[in-house]
Design a protein around this ligand. Structure first.
Ligand SMILES: *Cc1c(COP(=O)(O)O)cnc(C)c1O
Length: 433
């Protein structure tokens, strides 16, 4: 059986391949599965305890019919070849709380799961079609480096990356600009909104030379599917059907992956959506106010999203009353984030990055209020070494730097500064094609 995808705003049905390569539907909506495939996890779990095997079993019914089984197998094995440890926290307060570390991929954030898998899927379909694309991404942080790294060296894809020059941290910038095959990094003299505006203009203008343009942010359903897999993994490891997943959230792509896994049959207690001061979703869950607010800057900057685009998907997947039954929300301020990093470190020795700390604070609060008594899995979305300044401010010491990150400072860089104007971008894209 084939899973078809349709727009959140219409009824046109497309294949997974179309949804993946188009990114956005023609009516401006996001692609969602037309019918959620049912997966019998109770049959899969006893058969395997291997991450990529469980991943394959899960993905087969979502995309499997569109690519040969050995292709899907080698893509999943190759893309998701890093460890995904489930770490129990020590101490009484944190009994039964586990941190699922999603940051052991090459760019040290959970975005590696989606970006690496999606790059290989796209490359496969493009090869079959004999086409090439230019992937254009505006980034203020983790997405850009995950996409640059995941897509580098793919035969049929090149990447143009726009980021606000001076608007990202030194570690983030280094991750964006190291020289990679087929990737061109552009530091825009402007802010993130300028970068996004340029990307939109480029899409409206149409293809540069003979290439198709594509995007790789979390509006693409191809990024959400691999993000179901670590929920499956954690449930398999714990062998429980009552896990509460706490998800540090911004654009709600990570949480949507969890909800899709659950709707396809994964047993869970529910989800806790932990947000920073950009609290649209917790507000909606608490009272039904569904007006977006302007984005505010926080210490957990990858979650600085005033208007989460995946909310549109969530509304199609779940009725409001189902959403409120399955998901609780929490809002955590910057002061509480720093306090959470300190508290968790003092009580357990664990060093959490600011995004994970938002999740840990949401869990502490829920437990203090008598909720969340069973097993809790907090998704850890980034390695603390990506945020050394904030870790130092909270703990008075810098985080340990993993080898791969330290090595970036010895690599060549390749970056060009451009003015925030379409003619400047057009010129660079023509050179690429
Ligand atoms: C992208 C990101 C998030 C937010 O994920 P969404 O899917 O946008 O909700 C949280 N933490 C980190 C470190 C991220 O990079």
């Amino acid at each position: 059986m084939r899973t078809r995808y349709r727009s959140t705003r219409g009824t046109e049905l497309v294949s997974f391949e179309e949804a993946l390569l188009r990114g956005l539907a023609t009516d401006g909506g996001l692609f969602v599965p037309d019918a959620i495939p049912r997966i019998d996890f109770s049959a899969i779990f006893p058969a395997s305890d291997d991450f990529s095997e469980l991943g394959l079993e899960t993905l087969r019914s979502w995309v499997g019919a569109e690519m040969p089984s050995d292709v899907l197998t080698s893509i999943v094995r190759d893309a998701l070849s890093f460890p995904v440890p489930l770490v129990p926290l020590a101490g009484n307060t944190w009994k039964d709380v586990f941190v699922l570390e999603l940051f052991h991929g090459p760019t040290l954030s959970f975005k590696d799961f989606g970006a690496r898998t999606m790059a290989r899927w796209m490359d496969y379909f493009l090869e079959v079609r004999d086409e090439c694309v230019t992937v254009l991404v505006a980034t203020s942080g983790d997405t850009g480096s995950a996409v640059a790294d995941g897509y580098a060296g793919r035969a049929r894809i090149d990447v143009v990356l726009l980021y606000p020059g001076g608007g990202v941290s030194p570690v983030q910038e280094r991750q964006l600009i190291v020289r990679r095959e087929g990737v061109r990094a552009l530091a825009v003299a402007g802010d993130f909104d300028d970068c996004q505006r340029l990307v939109k203009e480029a899409f409206m203008e149409g293809r540069p030379a003979r290439r198709r343009l594509s995007s790789a942010n979390s509006i693409n359903v191809g990024r959400l599917l691999p993000q179901m897999l670590y929920y499956v993994w954690a449930v398999r490891l714990l062998g429980r059907d009552d896990v509460l997943f706490c998800v540090p959230s911004g654009n709600l792509g990570n949480l949507t992956g969890g909800v899709m896994a659950h709707l396809s049959g994964l047993p869970v207690q529910g989800f806790l959506a932990a947000h920073n001061a950009n609290d649209f979703f917790p507000r909606f869950l608490a009272g039904g106010d569904d007006s977006f607010a302007p984005t505010v800057r926080t210490l957990s900057n990858a979650m600085d999203v005033g208007a989460p685009s995946n909310f549109e998907r969530m509304r199609v997947l779940l009725e409001p009353h189902q959403m409120r039954r399955l998901i609780q929300g929490a809002r955590v301020t910057d002061d509480e984030t720093l306090e959470s990093m300190r508290r968790v470190h003092d009580e357990t020795g664990y060093v959490a990055d600011p995004h994970t700390a938002v999740g840990l604070e949401a869990v502490r609060r829920a437990r203090a209020g008598g909720q969340a008594g069973g097993p809790v899995v907090v998704l850890s979305t980034a390695h603390p070494a990506k945020f050394p300044e904030t870790v130092a401010e909270a703990l008075g010491q810098k985080p340990e730097v993993p080898e791969g990150l330290a090595a970036l400072w010895n690599r060549d860089v390749d970056v060009e500064r451009i003015e925030p104007r379409m003619d400047a971008l057009r010129e660079r894209m023509l050179q690429t094609a």
